[in-house]
Structure formats: structure tokens, C-alpha cells
Design a protein. Structure first.
Length: 428
């Protein structure tokens, strides 16, 4: 798989550095092909389509980090709707470190200020018809809502995109004044996108939005991954691995996975592959200590972040996919496993029960239940026919309900609902 960057004419990614030469002055940038950059934003379009006929959408964040799920989803949405709308992606990168994203701190305040300036400059430069921004928990919520309100001042229709499995719990824990201010901003949006029907019901109930204001749009899978994964053979000879992608955090069920691994009999060639960046400081070291204490170095491997061709190879060779999260919204990694034809074991949280049926297209385990995880993994490792049956049904569900064409139609309907007639004339 190509490294991430801008989207090529065929919808795949091209390396960012091969397309852009940046001069010292931030407003004087040169580029080739389809990418034009301003400070903090990337213009993604296709010269085959007349720009004057396309609605202009300013969408964010774009992080250029394949491990960052929200940015990756936005890039996939851009690729899915290419040719129907003219997109500018708001680049909102941050240096990794010990400062936790979304936490109110001086460092995060400076990052928010930098992102706010680049968002403002993008609005000035592009004058979009639609401002579309992801909304997550903690202080990122206020940041995103402020960006959308700023977009409204520039005459754009505003589309919030709710991510984060714990948002309702976050909302319920807010103080009265903070909730009142955020509630007014949420209700002023032209549309709020959520990731499942269950989430729509909860948002309407707890946030006080009108049902017609809330729209369901599923998360899309990266186009290159989807095209490759759908061609993987179900039931091919696997390497006995249990693939756990994006699990390096306690809320992702990391230590339940490790505890389950310690309870499995040591016969057979099974192994757990734990993939992804650390979601909290010191988590890898804690996991290594657990693995060493239980003498599982030959059975459990920490692979760190994995992308591109190596990621495809892991999905193609695994026997089982496991994600025992405590909280989720709409996990893209489960969709990738379904597309790749893997038997899925997961907790029935977030939107997962809307597209997987326990015993038919996947196996459900309770949260924080390593004994159930061990039993489910042992059952599937010993029953290839059951693995193949679950995997086949999961892929059929993906193809019929979760493919990119269906999801692009969902989002296009939202854009057309808030912007029935595109007027690309200059704004005052």
C-alpha cells in the first residue's frame, strides 16, 4: 500500500513529499498533480471535474497519521466523494509526547490556538459552502464547536461529525454552564453526523437535537485496503495468529487480551499479535512486564504501529480478529477484519451489534471478561469450519451494508440536505 499523502486520480494515496515543494514563505507554495497547500490546509480535488460545479467543503481534521482514526476516516470520506464535492482538508497535526490530547493544559492550548489560526486562514482562503469538523470528548468538543461556529460566520453550512464511544458519558459529566453553552452550539448546527442508529437515538435523547438534524453515516474503510482485502481468500491456510489491531490501551481491553492469552493451553501454533501505537504513557512497558511475568514471549508479540503492505499481510494471514473494547463507537478495524474475511470476536459495544450478529457473523464477549475471550478464541482455533462460516457472513454484511459506495451516498445525502443548491459565486 502506498504511503499516506494526497489522493491520486485513481483514489489511492501518493506520498506527500513527492507532490509538494514548500518555499520559505508559507503563502507561496508549489505543487504538482492535484494537491495545493496553504498553511494548515490541503486542497484535494480532481482536474477532470469543473470546480465551479462542485460544492466546496472544508473538512477536518486531517492528521497524516495512519494511526489516528478520525483523520483517517476523513481522508477516506474525501476519497469516497471525489468528483461530487471539492474538498479542502484542515491539517491538524500535533507532536506526540506525554501531553494527553483533549486535556486542558497550556501545551494543548497552544496547539488549539495554532489549529484555530490555520482553520481561520483556510476559511478566508477557500470560503467553503460547508464546514465539516469532527467532534470528540473533553475539551476537543469545545474546540470543534468553535471551529464550526467560525465557519458559520463565513457563511458556510455547518456539519458536526460525532466520534468517540464515551461522548454521552462525557456529556452527562459536564457542568451546567458548560453543557448549556455546548448544547446551544450543537443545536445550531445544520447537521450532526453520528456513526450508528443507536447513537442517533442517544444523541436525540440526551443532547436535545431534532431527529431530522441527526444523520447516520458509517465509517468507511480506506479504499486501497478495501480493494485488496475483499480479494483475500476465506479459509486460506493461516498462521494461527489472533490479530488485535489498535488495542494498546486499557479501554481497548489490552490486559484482558493478555490475561486470556495466559489462560490458553500452550499446545498448537497460536500467537497473539498486538498492533498499534501506545494510547497512554507506559502502556507498552506494562504489557511487556505482564508478558514476561507469564512467560509468553513466544506467544504474544507487540508490533507497534503497522501500515501499508505489512498491515494487509497481517490481515491476510491471521485466523481470528479480536477487539474486546470497553467502549467504542464505530471501530474501523472491525470493518477491516470483516472485509478481509476474518472471524471476529468483539464486545457488543457502540455500533458493533448493528452489523455483527452473535453466533452468525461474529462472537460477542462481555467487557472485562478474559475467561470469555479465552473460551471464544479456543473455540475458533479448534473449529475451522466455524471460523469460515463467521468470516463469510461478516464479509457479506460488509459488502451489502458497509461498502464505500453506500457510505459515500449517506454523506452526500447529508451535504445535499444542508446545501440543496450550490452557489459558487464569490461571497461578500
Amino acid at each position: 500500500m502506498a504511503t499516506r499523502g494526497h489522493l491520486a486520480k485513481d483514489g489511492t494515496s501518493e506520498p506527500m513529499n513527492s507532490a509538494v515543494r514548500v518555499r520559505k514563505h508559507p503563502n507561496r507554495l508549489r505543487c504538482r498533480n492535484r494537491l495545493r497547500r496553504r498553511k494548515g490546509c490541503v486542497l484535494l480535488n480532481n482536474p477532470d471535474y469543473p470546480m465551479s460545479q462542485l460544492g466546496k467543503v472544508f473538512i477536518g481534521p486531517i492528521t497524516r497519521d495512519p494511526s489516528e482514526s478520525v483523520g483517517s476516516v476523513n481522508e477516506a470520506l474525501i476519497a469516497a466523494l471525489e468528483g461530487q464535492f471539492q474538498f479542502t482538508g484542515h491539517v491538524a497535526t500535533r507532536k506526540t509526547g506525554n501531553v494527553e490530547p483533549g486535556k486542558l493544559s497550556p501545551s494543548n492550548g497552544l496547539i488549539m490556538l495554532r489549529h484555530g489560526v490555520s482553520w481561520f486562514l483556510g476559511l478566508v482562503a477557500r470560503r467553503p459552502n460547508i464546514a465539516h469538523y469532527a467532534i470528540t470528548s473533553r475539551w476537543n468538543m469545545e474546540k470543534s464547536l468553535a471551529f464550526l461556529q467560525l465557519g458559520r460566520l463565513f457563511g458556510a453550512k455547518t456539519v458536526g461529525h460525532l466520534h468517540g464511544g464515551g461522548f454521552i458519558e462525557h456529556w452527562q459529566g459536564l457542568g451546567v454552564r458548560r453543557r448549556a453553552v455546548a448544547g446551544r452550539m450543537l443545536r445550531s448546527l445544520d447537521a450532526l453526523v453520528v456513526l450508528s442508529e443507536a447513537w442517533k437515538e442517544r444523541v436525540v435523547q440526551h443532547l436535545g437535537l431534532l431527529p431530522e438534524q441527526v444523520h447516520v453515516v458509517y465509517n468507511p474503510v480506506d479504499k486501497t485496503f478495501e480493494n485488496a482485502a475483499l480479494n483475500f481468500e476465506i479459509g486460506h491456510p493461516d498462521d494461527g495468529s489472533i490479530l488485535c489491531f489498535g488495542v494498546m490501551g486499557r479501554q481497548k481491553g489490552l490486559f484482558e487480551i493478555l490475561e486470556a492469552a495466559s489462560r490458553l493451553p500452550r499446545q498448537g501454533a497460536w500467537k497473539f499479535l498486538l498492533v498499534g501505537p501506545d494510547r497512554e504513557p507506559g502502556i507498552s512497558e506494562d504489557a511487556r512486564n505482564f508478558i514476561a511475568a507469564h512467560h509468553m514471549e513466544d506467544r504474544v508479540k507487540l508490533l507497534g504501529p503497522v501500515h501499508g503492505e505489512r498491515k494487509l499481510a497481517l490481515f491476510n494471514s491471521a485466523a481470528i480478529f479480536l477487539l474486546p473494547s470497553h467502549v467504542e463507537n464505530f471501530p474501523v478495524t472491525v470493518l477491516e477484519a470483516m472485509a478481509a474475511g476474518l472471524a471476529v470476536i468483539a464486545t457488543p459495544v457502540g455500533a458493533i451489534p448493528e452489523f455483527l450478529v452473535n453466533g452468525q457473523s461474529g462472537l460477542f464477549v462481555a467487557r472485562e471478561a478474559p475467561d470469555q475471550i479465552a473460551a471464544a478464541v479456543g473455540q475458533l482455533l479448534g473449529d475451522a469450519a466455524m471460523r469460515n462460516r463467521l468470516a463469510t457472513q461478516a464479509r457479506q454484511t460488509f459488502v451489502s451494508r458497509l461498502n464505500r459506495e453506500h457510505i459515500s451516498q449517506q454523506l452526500a445525502a447529508v451535504y445535499h440536505a444542508v446545501l440543496p443548491v450550490v452557489n459558487d459565486s464569490p461571497r461578500a
